[in-house]
Write a protein that binds this ligand. Sequence first.
Ligand code: SF4
Length: 223
Amino acid sequence: MPTDNVKDVKLDENTFMNILDLLVERYGIQVPAHLDKPDPFRVLIGAMLSHRTRDEMTDLAFRRLFSTYGSIEDIVKAPLKEIRRLIKSVGFYRQKAKRIKDVAKILLERYDGQVPRDRVLLVELPGVGYKTADIVLSIAYGEPIVAVDTHVETVSKRLGIVRKKAGYEETRKSIENITPSHMRRMVNGILVKFGKEVCRKLRPRCEICPITIYCEWYARRRR
Ligand code: SF4
């Protein structure tokens, strides 16, 4: 199967906006319950819970945790085993319970109970990587940032926006380069919905995909 000259022109901003419009019209935007909160602390904890866990399980843990402990202070005071019990539906719940308590304590002691609006400070928190930091900055603080999760990564690489071996930062920057500021924080929700329903990591449903004409991966497979 030839792999060169599949696509002469990389997606530009206009084309990518057309793609996003099409996807929103057809599939809508995914905003799971654990991210549907303007409160930065809840968005942060929701993103930490979601690591390597399905949204339904994350939402369950999120609701159970915050219906029992509503504030940072409550979580700092809560027994660790209680946090573990409440978030048991997520993967790595023991490790996450400890990190959630540690993060709450640091926020209270170092930042007066506020979540820093600063990527460098966010990734210093235990269990917080770039993806989690970018979710907080984009969802909770409205910063023009594309948060890259597994669906965003899969779709953008298949479309040919990003090279296959790109890491997190290169992927984020490549997508941001062709996304106007006002749309950047929407990209995650759009591509997550599309990635779950159609462009699945295993067995993508290309036969029903509305954007095959833009897809490098699809073009390669047809040659
Ligand atoms: S054509 Fe297939 S691989 Fe390409 S975006 Fe659509 S579902 Fe994904």
